[in-house]
Structures are given as structure tokens and as C-alpha cells.
Design a protein around this ligand. Structure first.
Ligand SMILES: [Zn+2]
Length: 217
């Protein structure tokens, strides 16, 4: 059976890790628009050059640009059996663009999983976050440390702590995330696609919660 899933969640809720594990379990491609864009940046493609500034500042990349990158990925053979989208859609415009893209191939989403955690949990996790100066890849000193201290596994770039990973900045980001995502959550809820997962615990516990929430798909 085809499974077309979207994973939504604030920074620091553990969405990427959970998406990875669920993808392996269901044998679905884990499609992270952040990873796709970072590849474009690293390869210095036209798209990469356009997206680089926004990505390094931690800002949202233009809706049309990120959707074009996603559509290219969805047209690859392995996505025909389904996928897990991670980091997309992030705006109502993207919700609409995704719906259109799926409609064109006669498909629609099956489930939107909302992966959430409290502000306290998120601040604790994000203060351990580091980012590669060169390619933008994210690490966590506790849950996803680099193989070599202070160096990126992918490109050997230097790791640093982003200004926006400091406590006050995290609170502001969560607020902005909440405002941006609220209409998306309501939209999917109304369509009967939304399922919620509490991710305040340790990773293994959160994974079990996520699997439970996806039962029956
Ligand atoms: Zn790197």
C-alpha cells in the first residue's frame, strides 16, 4: 500500500530522527527538503546559489524554489510507493503547491503527523545544536554528534553555534513557528489527516509514540 506522509514539528522536537526511523521501518524514502536544498548548495547549482543566503541565516527558502526541488525528488522512482516529507510544507502556500503536485499524479496525502514537544524540552535540546559553516548540516552534541569533534561529517567544515540557538532567540523562533504553522495544523485537522505525537521524552519513547500514532496506515 502506498503511504504518503508529512511530518510536521517545531525545531528541536526530534522530527528528523523520527522520520529517519519510521522511513526505515516502512521502507519509504525520507525526503527532507532541507537536505535536498543543502545538496543543491553544496553542488553550487543555480537553485543552490539562490537558496544559500536564506539557508545560512536560518530563514525560509522561497515557496516556489523549494517546491521545484521537491517535485524533482518526488518524480524519482522510489517515491512512487510513498514517502515521508520532513520540513515541508512550511507555509499555507506550500500546502497548496503540494496538493496540486500530488493531484497531477492522481494522488493525495494519507497522514500528517504532528511531532510536538514543550518549549522547555526544545530549549534544552537546541542549546546542544551545532551547524556546519560550509554546508549547513545540523548536529546535536548529545543525540547526533559529529564523528570528529567540531568538524562536519559531510564536508569537514567547521561547526558553530548559531545565534538563533541561544535561549531568547529560541523562544522567538518557536513563537514564529507556532504562528506560521497554526493554519497548516488546522487545515489538515479539518481534512481528517492530522495525528499528534508527544515527543517530550527520550528518543526511544518518542519513537514508540510515533509508531503508535501511525498504526493502521
Ligand atoms: Zn558540512
Amino acid at each position: 500500500m502506498t503511504k504518503r506522509l508529512v511530518f510536521l514539528g517545531p525545531p528541536g522536537a526530534g522530527k528528523g530522527t523520527i522520520a529517519n526511523r519510521i522511513a526505515a521501518k516502512f521502507n519509504l524514502p525520507h525526503i527532507s527538503t532541507g537536505d535536498l536544498l543543502r545538496k543543491e548548495v553544496a553542488a553550487e547549482t543555480e537553485v543552490g546559489k539562490k537558496a544559500k543566503g536564506e539557508m545560512l541565516r536560518g530563514e525560509l527558502v522561497n515557496d516556489e524554489l523549494v517546491t521545484a526541488v521537491l517535485r524533482k525528488r518526488l518524480s524519482q522512482g522510489d517515491a512512487a510507493k510513498g514517502f515521508i516529507l520532513d520540513g515541508y510544507p512550511r507555509t499555507m502556500k506550500q500546502v497548496e503547491l503540494l496538493e496540486n503536485a500530488l493531484k497531477e499524479i492522481g494522488e493525495k496525502l494519507d497522514v500528517v503527523l504532528h511531532i510536538d514537544a514543550s518549549q522547555k524540552t526544545i530549549i534544552k535540546r537546541l542549546s546542544n545544536r551545532r551547524q556546519c559553516k560550509r554546508c549547513g548540516k545540523l548536529y546535536n552534541l548529545v543525540s547526533l554528534p559529529p564523528k570528529n569533534k567540531g568538524r562536519c561529517d559531510v564536508c569537514q567544515g567547521e561547526l558553530f553555534q548559531r545565534k538563533d540557538d541561544e535561549q531568547e532567540a529560541i523562544k522567538k523562533r518557536l513563537q514564529a513557528y507556532g504562528q506560521r504553522t497554526k493554519p497548516i495544523i488546522s487545515y489538515y485537522k479539518e481534512k481528517g489527516l492530522l495525528r499528534e505525537v508527544d515527543c517530550n521524552g527520550e528518543i526511544e519513547e518518542n519513537l514508540l509514540n510515533a509508531e503508535e500514532a501511525l498504526k493502521g496506515i
